[in-house]
Write a protein that binds this ligand. Structure first.
Ligand SMILES: Nc1ncnc2c1ncn2[C@@H]1O[C@H](COP(=O)(O)OP(=O)(O)OP(=O)(O)O)[C@@H](O)[C@H]1O
Ligand SMILES: [Mg+2]
Length: 227
């Protein structure tokens, strides 16, 4: 049996702030296979972003493990973590987070440059074409609509063909038509590029593209629904 691309194994997270401790996740366990989409749903504050930060190796569980191809993120050295984030994980955020001083093409090319990829500009152009924005290559982010900005962000997140795509409310700031385009791209990330996709969302349309929906409540898995 092959290892799951991404696995949370009894992962818990407690934040310490101002001398208070807040347990944001309790004993969360699930797997995400390559080529599949998993949606995290649940009301504000239930722990979705916390979980995505653990799954994307931006933060670490207080107890339990996050395993990528069977290897715990907590066991990796700083340099292995940097390589993991640069080469194997892509992020899409609710507020796009494009770099304002870089063109659309440069935003998409940046992760390729950081990963030391050959032919980075050509690869970036290919991704822009995939999201239908080759004509915006030299635009600056402020010149884009929200939907175009998010498609740029998806091109950037997938530029280096990451094994794992983490998306936090990717359609949260988009109208229905743009949201649908973005969801199609996210679905393709899994189906065509083979990424293991983990997406937090408040939208039922977004959750509907997932093979698995995980409902969190107060930091625990309340329900898992498989399509
Ligand atoms: N860095 C932090 N330090 C302290 N507490 C935090 C931190 N980040 C999140 N929390 C707390 O952890 C809990 C879960 O927050 P989280 O951001 O994961 O929720 P969420 O499900 O993403 O909510 P939303 O749907 O509003 O984005 C909340 O009570 C939040 O206040
Ligand atoms: Mg959140």
């Amino acid at each position: 049996m092959s290892l799951p691309r991404l696995e949370l194994r009894r992962a818990s997270k407690t934040y310490q702030s101002n001398g208070q401790s807040l347990r944001a996740l309790y004993d969360v366990s699930f797997t995400v296979e390559a080529g599949s989409v998993t949606a995290l749903v649940g009301r504000s504050g239930c722990g979705k972003t916390t979980l995505l930060n653990l799954a994307g190796a931006m933060d670490f569980p207080t107890s339990g493990d996050v395993l990528i191809d069977g290897e715990s993120t907590s066991a990796l050295s700083e340099s292995a973590l940097t390589a993991l984030r640069r080469n194997r994980i892509g992020f899409v955020f609710q507020f796009f987070q494009l770099l304002p001083a870089l063109t659309v093409l440069e935003n998409v090319e940046l992760p390729l440059l950081l990963a030391g990829a050959p032919d980075s500009q050509k690869a970036a152009r290919d991704r822009l074409q995939w999201v239908g924005l080759e004509d915006k290559a030299s635009a600056l982010p402020y010149q884009l609509s929200g939907g175009q900005a998010q498609r740029t962000a998806i091109a950037r997140a997938l530029a280096h063909s990451p094994d794992i795509l983490i998306a936090d409310e990717p359609t949260g700031n988009l109208d229905n038509a743009s949201g649908e385009q973005v969801l199609n791209l996210i679905r393709e990330s899994a189906e065509k590029w083979g990424a293991a996709v983990l997406m937090a969302t408040h939208s039922s349309e977004a959750a509907a593209i997932a093979q698995t929906q995980i409902r969190l409540r107060d930091g625990r898995i309340e329900e898992t629904i498989r399509a």
